[in-house]
Design a protein around this ligand. Structure first.
Ligand code: PLP
Length: 441
């Protein structure tokens, strides 16, 4: 097919996620390598969002490719009830990376079904039904994960599943209260959460599910003490603490798992994306030994044809090995520091930048009409004039590829990016923010 035919057929036959289908203009991609991908005319695009924050190790990694080929030659598939070497190897590697309290892994196809199964495990283990999650969250688009999700992508599923309760996030930048310290903010949010749990009947609450660091809804980094405080509430009432690490996990924040930044140990950790970095799809739930042991003599009522697909697990083993082999955490911390400095510079320099939030190579720029009032450049859930698409388009014209959500632009490049590559791209962003200052406020 020619490039044009690929594009036309994409528009004609493929339904595109989260989009009005008219007027789409997908780029036909011919090849990809490192942090770049190329169209059929030889244009090079820099992937500054790691696709959907999943291509942590970039494109064309030979170790991962070889591991997949080797597994293809051995066998592509054997059912979940058999012991497959790649599956057990990956499960052990994940458990070894996690704190000692973790014991077993239930593998899924991706992030949404990781969360679906985590909720089921918590409900079966506690015998309770209610599930707490936050408003500014995305946990997946399937029915259960979509009901966990707090942001507008849950609306088509409503009125939704009874017993899914939402609570507020520690989104300090937009909190009407001015906190004097992180500690004060932490105490405020935890007191509210505890009160809400009590109103809902603590003995009915199976789980509190949180993105350890909120991803798509604005890289919200919890204040010091917040996550240990959630842990304490869970312990007080016998509630299972679930950290969704689908986006924040796998070295993205400068630690292998994001919760390691906060002196907390959850009961269940859901993961996907960076475990296989898009080479083959895979997700899973890492389960504490205590909860895993419950299922020694109770039926684990969870199942997927492709649970622990051998090909995906082979890719996973190669990815996890590569994180260590290439010292990815060191690179994230080194280049992440430069990213943070650049973003702080933008906040000083540009009238349109209200806030910047970053940790490791996980960051966003929050755009406002007015720094003082913090009025968002586009209001929540609404952008009738397509302002954010225009801004993303200006970046795209400079081959800086990323996406926006509400009034935020995400900068989450592959974790293999070098300092020089990052600097080159941030110059483009600087230029585009200058245009926003002049033409969009
Ligand atoms: N959880 C979080 C935090 C996510 O960011 C996502 C996807 O972006 C999901 C869950 C859903 O993962 P998937 O799209 O693989 O189903």
């Amino acid at each position: 097919m020619t490039s044009q035919e690929i594009k036309e057929n994409a528009k004609k036959y493929v339904l595109q996620s989260w989009s009005r289908q008219g007027g789409l203009d997908p780029i036909p991609v011919e090849k990809a390598e490192g942090i770049y991908f190329y169209d059929y005319d030889g244009n090079r695009y820099t992937d500054m969002s790691s696709q959907l924050v999943n291509m942590n190790l970039g494109y064309g990694n030979p170790d991962i490719g070889e591991a997949i080929k080797k597994q293809v030659d051995q066998y592509c598939f054997i059912g979940p009830s058999f012991a497959a070497e790649s599956r057990v190897t990956l499960a052990k590697m994940i458990i070894d990376l996690l704190p000692d309290t973790f014991g077993k892994v239930f593998f899924t196809n991706a992030g949404a079904d990781a969360n679906e199964n985590a909720i089921k495990i918590a409900r079966m283990y506690t015998g309770r039904k209610k599930i707490f999650s936050r408003y500014r969250s995305y946990h997946g688009s399937s029915f259960g994960a979509g009901n966990l999700t707090g942001e507008p992508r849950r609306y088509p599923l409503e009125p939704g599943i009874p017993g899914f309760i939402k609570f507020f996030d520690p989104y300090i930048y937009r909190e009407p209260i001015e906190f004097k310290s992180e500690e004060e903010a932490t105490n405020y949010y935890l007191a509210k959460l505890r009160e809400q749990v009590i109103y809902e009947g603590p003995d009915q609450v199976a789980a509190i599910v949180i993105e350890t660091i909120t991803g798509s809804n604005g890289i919200i980094i919890p204040p010091k003490g917040y996550l240990p405080g959630v842990r304490k509430i869970c312990d007080e009432f016998g509630i299972v603490m679930i950290c969704d690490e689908v986006m924040a996990g796998w070295a993205r924040t400068g630690k292998m798992f994001a919760f390691e930044n906060f002196d907390v140990v959850p009961d269940l950790v859901t993961f996907a994306k960076g475990v296989t970095c898009g080479y083959v799809q895979l997700g899973g739930v890492a389960v504490s030994s205590k909860i895993a042991a419950y299922f020694d003599d109770h039926v684990l009522s969870c199942g997927l044809t492709y649970s622990g697909h051998p090909l995906a697990c082979a890719a996973g083993v190669a990815c996890v090995n590569y994180y260590t082999k290439a010292n990815i955490l060191d690179n994230v911390n080194k280049v992440g520091k430069v990213l943070g400095e650049k973003l702080e510079e933008f906040k000083e320099k540009h009238a349109c930048v209200g806030d910047v939030r970053y940790i490791g190579l996980f960051s966003c720029v929050e755009l406002v009409k007015d720094k003082k009032t913090k009025e968002a450049l586009v209001s929540y859930g609404k952008d009738p004039e397509g302002i954010m698409s225009k801004i993303v388009g200006l970046l795209k014209a400079r081959k800086f590829m990323t996406y926006s959500h509400e009034n935020m632009i995400f900068v989450c490049p592959p974790l293999i990016i070098t300092e020089a590559q990052l600097t080159e791209e941030m110059e483009k962003m600087d230029e585009v923010l200058g245009i926003v200052d002049r033409e969009f406020l």
